[in-house]
Ligand binder design. Structure first.
Ligand code: ADP
Ligand code: MG
Length: 817
């Protein structure tokens, strides 16, 4: 092609800079384009090109009548296309690529690649990337060229403020273009360094690079360089201290004079080297990214094209473009996430029929009447929602959210009973053995009140008088003796056991449920998507109820658990108290101990959460043993203390828990591992060591262990040396009791991915998206739903790229099946 892309490119760039006021050319863009397009069209015979002309309305853009966002979109589309066209033309046009700081060059590199190289090729195919370098990138999760394009900087330095030497002021980040007068190796303090004097029309300035003596050799006199960095004052005169630098050459700036990307690096990777590589890769490869977003959607939301967004995310023209790039890429992540979970839900609900249960009203009524309390309105409402789901022929997939202590267990038990009443099996999974045991105990207690216990064996009970037939409850956990385990598994397989309670052990191989009708998963945040789907596959499409005590803001729940319907118990049983919460200084530790002593003397019990050691569970356990010893011998010698940590056998944990629950122990010293769900009404004090190291939700979980009985309860938080943010958290938890409010605050305080380790949950990585960005979350969800309405199977040709991207992203996200 021989179109004059350059002039159009320049004008549109200018139009962009001037804010889309149609002021880039005299007479307006419409007029200019009529002339330009006529010439271009007559000088090319390339049909593809002409088609694109028409698609972009190049001959008749009606620019004057467009709104500003429409103009912006149109300009960006055309610029994008021009750049692509340049690439296809093999660099033969005279067009310049988009650049602001220093418009270069016709020397733009153009990929002339053998057909075997693609975005999915390993990065070693890039010239200059050795296998050693590739190994370093591999540590950062970067294997392919595509990975590299998605390896975004964590932030940018703003070196776009160009100035002259006479106007340099201390303390500010500035960029100058200057001539090197002299540069020499020198010793500053005891550091070998480079010192230089550079000058421009307005004056001279001294530059020092500490610890970098070799630089002197690269800067012979009269070299023209760009310097970006902070200016300080030395001996009353401005000095550049270790600025970023690069030669003024016929190419775009990479390290200076613009928004310069900062990448999170691993050892052995140098920032300059990575920046240079990234620039090359982005220039060469970004344009080959196929944009998988449907065109209509992109237009509706004025999103950048994918190649442009990738480019701008690394080397943005300006803050506005950087932000637009982030929005586009963040939207992609949330949109693909939504599509994934929604598709999963569809597949799950419609692929195979489920097991519609019949409500056995008298049985359920009897059971509810036998409870030692009345259900709260919220419990009743949620129970009704669940029972309604269970009667449908599509399998239920519901998330039950309920504040700590809101009474989820009894709701789940009622649902399990309904499954049993219909001749199905029910499974109840907890994240830890302690909790599994607690559920087993609770359910057995409730059943013995509703009927009569007939049989008691290790890990198994049978009751009559609840259903017309006897009902059998068993527990299967990791460390049951192998022969007992085998026996229980056999009896599950024979269909003899109606309700099985356990941990992950339940979804391990070897456990087969012939008639699984309902699976309940407690404390969701320890159970990822992967476990959920494994469990589903255990039986033929069982109903699934997932329960969490971590209050998640609704929008976020819809994103992370978009495959589930949502029920909320938003009410605590009557008589629940406010737990007095106090952040204590280290010097107040003794008075905290004294307080515990007084509470114990009054007949109450206390939890002490050990200082957090992050290395490993084994080290954490050892630290807990030491702390327990210290407390038993030096602090509470007269009291009975128990110890709970992750390395104890289930039997030992059970023993300790039982002794604590029956009041035999006064104080339970525990690692943070066991934070969730434990219920001991007589405990009134929770003392948390290294409270500054926990998130708000986790602190709230700890606090939820007390305040379950009648007595006033207390939560004391000790922090050795809290950071600013940790201090904020402690202030918040002191004053806020409501779990949902805390969750919102937690989300504000923490970065993306941290709130809910998305990795741990089995979802694709979120790099650009912030989970606190509610409007974008909602947009992604709305667009995903809209897409499924239009194309339920995602089978239309125009969604082909999207389907492929979806498969790719979810495969990377791990274990989704
Ligand atoms: P969570 O929702 O945190 O799992 P649990 O199910 O463990 O809460 O219930 C916490 C405590 O509240 C238990 O001791 C339970 O017996 C009690 N409880 C549950 N529902 C009610 C209710 N409606 N009225 C009074 N106490 C209740
Ligand atoms: Mg619970």
């Amino acid at each position: 092609m021989s179109i004059n892309a350059e002039s159009l490119h320049k004008i549109l760039e200018l139009e962009h800079q001037k804010g889309y006021l149609d002021s880039a050319v005299i007479g307006g863009l419409d007029k200019f384009l009529r002339g330009w397009a006529a010439k271009a069209a007559s000088s090319t015979a390339n049909p593809q090109l002409l088609t694109r002309f028409q698609q972009l309305h190049l001959d008749k853009p009606d620019y004057t009548t467009k709104t500003k966002p429409q103009r912006q979109q149109w300009v960006s589309d055309v610029l994008n296309w021009l750049a692509e066209a340049m690439l296809e033309a093999g660099g033969k046009t005279t067009t310049k690529p988009i650049a602001k700081a220093r418009p270069p060059s016709s020397k733009r590199k153009v990929p002339s690649l053998p057909g075997t190289q693609s975005l999915d090729s390993p990065i070693t195919v890039i010239k200059g990337v050795s296998s050693t370098l590739a190994t370093k990138f591999s540590k950062l999760g970067v294997e392919t060229i595509r990975d590299l394009l998605y390896f975004f900087p964590h932030r940018h330095l703003d070196y776009s403020q160009r100035t002259s030497i006479s106007q340099l002021t201390a303390g500010e980040e500035r960029t100058i273009i200057a001539n090197v007068w002299q540069a020499y190796e020198t010793r500053l303090g005891n550091r070998k360094s480079t010192e230089a004097v550079v000058g421009d029309d307005t004056g001279n300035v001294r530059v020092v690079w500490f610890n970098n003596p070799y630089l002197a050799r690269k800067l012979p006199p009269n070299t023209r360089i760009v310097l970006s960095g902070r200016v300080s004052v030395f001996g009353g005169r401005p000095v550049f201290e270790s600025p970023e630098w690069e030669m003024v050459e016929d190419r775009e700036l990479v390290h200076t004079g613009r928004l310069v990307p900062l990448y999170s690096l691993t050892q052995g990777l140098r920032p300059r080297q990575v920046r240079k590589l990234m620039k090359e890769v982005v220039d060469q490869w970004a344009w080959q990214m196929e944009d998988f977003l449907p065109a209509g959607l992109k237009q509706r939301r004025s999103f950048l094209n994918l190649p442009q967004a990738i480019r701008q995310a690394h080397y943005p023209e300006d803050e506005v473009m950087k932000d637009r790039a982030r929005v586009r890429l963040a939207f992609d992540e949330l949109f693909l996430l939504q599509l994934g979970v929604l598709r999963q839900k569809r597949d799950w609900q419609f692929s195979q029929p489920g097991h519609p249960l019949t409500a056995s009203t008298p049985v359920l009524d009897n059971f509810v009447r036998s409870l030692p309390f009345e259900l709260t309105t919220a419990q009743q409402r949620v129970l009704d929602e669940i029972l309604a789901d269970l009667q449908k022929s599509q399998p239920m997939c519901r998330l039950l959210q309920g504040e700590v202590g809101s009474g989820k267990t009894v709701v789940a038990t009622t649902a399990l009973l309904m499954a049993a009443a219909n001749g199905y099996q029910g499974a109840f999974m907890a994240p830890t053995e302690i909790l599994a045991e607690q559920h087993f105990t609770t359910i057995c207690q409730l059943f013995s009140q509703a009927g009569q216990q007939e049989t008691e064996e290790a890990y198994l009970r049978r009751y009559s008088g609840i259903l017309p037939q006897p009902i059998t409850v068993a527990m299967l956990i990791g460390d049951v003796t192998p022969s007992r385990k085998q026996e229980l598994q056999q009896r599950i397989m024979d269909g003899e056991i109606d309700i099985i309670i356990g941990t992950h052990a339940l979804i391990q191989k070897g456990v087969e449920f012939p008639r699984l009708g309902l699976a309940v998963v407690d404390e969701q945040h320890r159970f990822g998507v992967a476990q959920r789907s494994t469990l589903r596959q255990k039986g033929a499409n069982p109903h699934v109820l997932v329960m969490t005590a971590t209050p998640i803001p609704r929008t976020l729940a819809l994103t992370l658990y978009g495959d589930l319907d949502l029920s909320v118990i938003d009410q605590l049983p009557p008589g629940r108290q406010t737990i007095k919460t106090k952040w204590l200084q280290p010097r107040q530790r003794e008075s905290a101990y004294a307080f515990i002593r007084r509470q114990v003397a009054a007949g109450q019990q206390a939890f002490i959460i050990c200082p957090l050691v992050e290395e490993s569970e084994a080290i954490q356990a050892r630290a807990a043993i030491a702390e327990h010893e210290r407390l038993s011998q030096e602090v509470f010698a007269e009291l009975r203390l128990g110890l709970l940590h992750g390395r104890l056998s289930a039997a030992d944990k059970d023993k300790v828990m039982r002794r604590f629950r029956t009041g035999e122990l006064n104080i339970l010293v525990s690692t943070p591992v066991v934070e969730v769900g434990i219920d001991v009404p007589n405990a009134t004090v929770m003392l948390v060591e290294s409270a500054d190291r926990f998130g708000l939700s986790q602190l709230h979980q700890f606090r939820g262990r007390v305040g379950r009985g009648q007595e006033q309860s207390y939560c004391m938080l000790l922090a050795e040396n809290p950071s600013l943010v940790a201090g904020q958290r402690l202030n918040i938890i002191e004053s806020v009791q409501d779990g949902f409010e805390l969750a919102e605050k937690d989300l504000e305080l923490r970065g993306p991915g941290e709130f809910f380790g998305t990795r741990q949950s089995g979802l694709p990585d979120l790099r650009m998206a912030r989970l606190s960005d509610v409007p974008l979350l909602e947009l992604a969800r709305a667009e995903a739903i809209r897409l499924f309405e239009k194309d339920p199977g995602l089978e239309k040709a125009e969604h082909h790229l999207l389907t492929r991207e979806l498969a790719r992203v979810w495969k990377q996200g791990g274990e989704w099946s």
